[in-house]
Write a protein that binds this ligand. Sequence first.
Ligand code: ATP
Length: 327
Amino acid sequence: MSVVVEGARKEFRARRGARVMALDGVDLEAKPGELLVIVGPSGSGKSTLLRVIAGLEPLDAGRVLIDDRDVTGVPAGRRDVALVFQEAALFPHLGVAANIGIGERARGTRRRDVESRVREVARVLDIEPLLTRMPTELSGGERQRVALARAMIRSPRVCLLDEPLASVDTELRLRMRGEIRAVQRSLGVPMVHVTHDQVEAMAMGDRVAVMAQGRVLQCDIPAEVYARPATTAVARTFGPLPMNLLPAVDGVVTGVRPERVRVNRSGAGRAGTVAAVEPAGEECLVRVDDVLARVPMADAPHPGEQVVVTWRPEDEHHFDAETGARR
Ligand SMILES: Nc1ncnc2c1ncn2[C@@H]1O[C@H](COP(=O)(O)OP(=O)(O)OP(=O)(O)O)[C@@H](O)[C@H]1O
C-alpha cells in the first residue's frame, strides 16, 4: 500500500480575485508502511495536500495514486482513506463506542463484529474506559483519540493525520506518538502526518517533507534534513530551533545551529552583547546580537554582558546567498 502525488497544482481564488498557489507542483510518495511527516510554516499547503489525497479538494493539474491506482477523479468516499483532523468532529448524540464503530456499521458489518473491533482498537489506544461516555464528557485529547480510533478501525489504505496531537498535553502527546506509530505499524499502511511540532516530526517520521509556499523543499529521513538542510528555508524551518543564518559574505550565507554555538566569557570568536536570556529547563536560549545559542543553564550569561560566541568549523553550513541552495 502506497500513496503517490505527482505534479500536484492547486490554486485558490480569494474573493477579491487574489490568487493563492496552495500547491505549486508537488511530487511526493509515502511508501508501504511508511510514516511521512509534513512540516512547514502556516499557509505552506500542508492541509491542502492532505485534502487532495483524501479527495476533498480537486486538483488543477497532477495526479494522486493509491496502491498504483490513479484515484485523481475518484470521490472521497471511494478512496478508502482515513483522515483525522485537528478538531475531532464526533457525532454529539452518539456514545463513544458508536462513534468509533459508525463507519463499520454503515458498511453493513455485523453488530457483534463491530463491537469486538471497537474494543480491540480502543484497547490499543487506551480508551476502553471511555467507550460508554458521550462526546461532551471527553477532554480535547480524549476526543482526539476517539477520532483516531474511528479512523483506524476501518483498516484504510492510507491514513492522513492533520495535527492530531495539537490539543493534547505534553505527557499524553509523548505516549500517543508511540501509540500512533504502533497502530500504523500493525496496520502496515502509509501514513501522512501534518504537524507544526518539530520534535514530533523528528521523533515520528520515517521521512519528513518540508513544505514552503506550496512546494516540497526537501524530503528525506529526519536526521539527514537536520544534518544537511537543502536550502536556507529548510534550515530555518526544520529542527528544534531555527538555524542561525549570518549575513552573506561573497555570495555565501553561513549557517550554524543554536545547539552548536558556544558562549564564552573571553577568547577568540565573534564578540557581542547578550540581548536576551530565556530559561528552558536544563538549558537556556541566549541571544547574542543576531546569533541564538542554546547553552547549559549553569553557563548562562546575564543580559547586557559582553561575551564571545564560537562554533567548530565543521558545524558550519554554507548556502548560496542568491538561490538559498546548499553548497
Ligand atoms: N478554500 C480556500 N480558499 C482560498 N484560499 C485557501 C483555501 N484553502 C486554503 N487556502 C490558502 O491556501 C494556502 C495553503 O493553505 P493550507 O491550509 O494548505 O496551509 P497549511 O500549511 O495547512 O497551513 P496551517 O499550518 O496554517 O494549517 C494558504 O495561503 C491558504 O490561505
